[in-house]
Design a protein around this ligand. Structure first.
Ligand code: GLN
Length: 287
């Protein structure tokens, strides 16, 4: 990476231009990446960049920015560099222990909120990671009794940090291998965004997923192992008329719908994401 000799004199506009030129070849969101990283280094809001394009960076800010741009050039996700990602308009702390929340998962939250559930419904989020789904639901339905579980200890700690930061103390967060910590409990709604990518998928060699743990991304049986396990076991933990709602890969919908029907779920249906891909499938359990 070339380092400008007039480093200390760089202003905001020049710094952005430089970062864009560095990132253009490796990131398809180079402009946005440059802005988000610079804002993080300056600790300012977005309008600041446009209002003060000629404001010079301090040497310290410039050095920090250069280091971050270099890491981004190597592929490190912007969310990991700034330690945060917005989901459902809420700021989530993120780190390399779990998945970075995706905009497509907001469709699962929206679908859950549209279900005809009572004010104090019992809800379980399996494999919560950052806590994104559970905490987004809590932000909209403060009386829902929400439990979020994750098998990975560091993910549980991260979800708890987000719970504290967003101030939803009513959400219960437990370390659990799928249903193991809620063995004797039943729910009105069980949601999950489990690992569902095939272990040999070439998508795993590209972009942000290279920096996310495989435990949050991949599953055996062409990505279906965890989806099937949850669908099968959830039947023992759903109240009569309860719903199961699962995120999945865009090519997994037909097989998953068939599986849910075969397992005895009713009203099986799939919802598409913002890119028009089949993304979430739900079914209802009547025992
Ligand atoms: N949708 C994510 C991706 O394809 C994967 C999420 C998951 O495995 N649960 O990058």
């Amino acid at each position: 990476m070339s380092v400008q000799s007039s480093a200390a004199q760089s202003n905001i506009a020049e710094a952005l231009q430089w970062a864009f030129s560095q990132l253009a070849a490796t990131s398809d969101s180079a402009h946005l990446d440059a802005e988000v990283l610079l804002l993080h280094c300056l600790n300012k809001s977005r309008s600041f960049l446009y209002t003060w394009p000629e404001k010079p960076l301090t040497l310290e800010q410039w050095k920090r920015f250069q280091k971050m741009v270099q890491k981004r050039q190597q592929g490190v996700p912007v969310a990991h560099l700034v330690g945060e990602r917005e989901f459902w308009s809420l700021p989530f702390i993120v780190n390399e222990t779990t998945l970075i929340p995706r905009p497509d998962t907001e469709i699962l939250v929206e679908t859950a909120l549209n279900l005809p559930l009572s004010d104090n419904a019992k809800v379980l989020d399996l494999g919560t990671g950052t806590g994104a789904i559970a905490l987004a639901l809590a932000s909209e339905r403060p009386k829902w009794q929400i439990t979020a579980i994750d098998k990975v200890e560091d993910a549980v700690a991260l979800a708890k940090a987000n719970r504290a930061n967003l101030n939803f103390p009513q959400v219960e967060i437990l370390q659990s291998d799928w249903f193991s910590a809620v063995e004797s409990r039943d729910f009105d709604l069980i949601v999950s965004n489990p690992p569902y990518i095939d272990e040999t998928d070439e998508h795993l060699m590209q972009g942000d997923v290279r920096f996310e743990p495989h435990s949050a991304l991949t599953a055996a049986e062409e990505g279906f192992a965890d989806l099937y396990h949850i669908a099968q076991t959830a039947r023992e933990h759903l109240l009569i008329g309860g719903y199961l709602l699962l995120e999945h890969g865009f090519e997994q919908a037909v097989q998953l719908r068939n599986k849910l029907t075969e397992l005895g779920y009713h009203n099986v249906a799939t919802v598409r994401d913002f890119g028009s891909n089949e993304r979430c499938t739900l079914g209802r359990w009547f025992g």
